[in-house]
Design a protein around this ligand. Sequence first.
Ligand SMILES: NC(=O)c1ccc[n+]([C@@H]2O[C@H](COP(=O)([O-])OP(=O)(O)OC[C@H]3O[C@@H](n4cnc5c(N)ncnc54)[C@H](OP(=O)(O)O)[C@@H]3O)[C@@H](O)[C@H]2O)c1
Length: 172
Amino acid sequence: MTSSIKLYIATTLDGYIADKNDELQWLFDVTGDGDNGYGEFLDTIDTVIMGKRTYDWLLENEPDEWGYSGKDCYVFTHQALPDNDHVKFVHPENLPDFVRTLKGNIWNVGGGELIGLFLENQLIDEFQITIAPVLLGDGIPLFPKGNYSEKLELIETKTYGQFVELHYRKIK
Ligand SMILES: NC(=O)c1ccc[n+]([C@@H]2O[C@H](COP(=O)([O-])OP(=O)(O)OC[C@H]3O[C@@H](n4cnc5c(N)ncnc54)[C@H](OP(=O)(O)O)[C@@H]3O)[C@@H](O)[C@H]2O)c1
């Protein structure tokens, strides 16, 4: 199966995925519609990748549930950590070669640092970005400064209550 890497993430209108204290209350406070399409998206995913700071956030904030059971999960870190029941810890020397070993549809969960790394390697095929009607002024940027540039085409827009989801595909 040819792999495709998707960025699926929620952001403020001014481009932050967490506030400066790594909190997401601004996101949970927005009125959406049902699960805002999350379950439908997750069903399409075979492999999940995330940065270590996002993994730590999940362990701290959602300790009782691992939301990605049945998927291959990889956490990027420079630290040598033992794998566990849920995830493998990785620090690939050659990112494109590593990505070629991954199965099926791949979800890049974030955060910003991992997104920047993948953009610098031209490794994101689809961008499914949910915009919350919130301005924060500061925080963790969705798209950190970096050595990348992409042209995208719009595939679809959806609204879920106060959220707007923008779905783009990379123009190759
Ligand atoms: N709004 C949303 O939907 C959403 C989604 C995801 C995340 N978030 C938020 O985003 C924040 C985290 O984002 P972030 O940008 O600070 O961090 P991040 O991208 O989640 O993780 C950064 C970490 O990844 C590891 N890493 C980065 N590049 C690497 C490489 N080339 N090789 C190996 N490991 C590498 C490093 O871990 P080590 O330091 O261990 O080496 C680095 O500290 C959290 O607040 C989270 O809640 C929000």
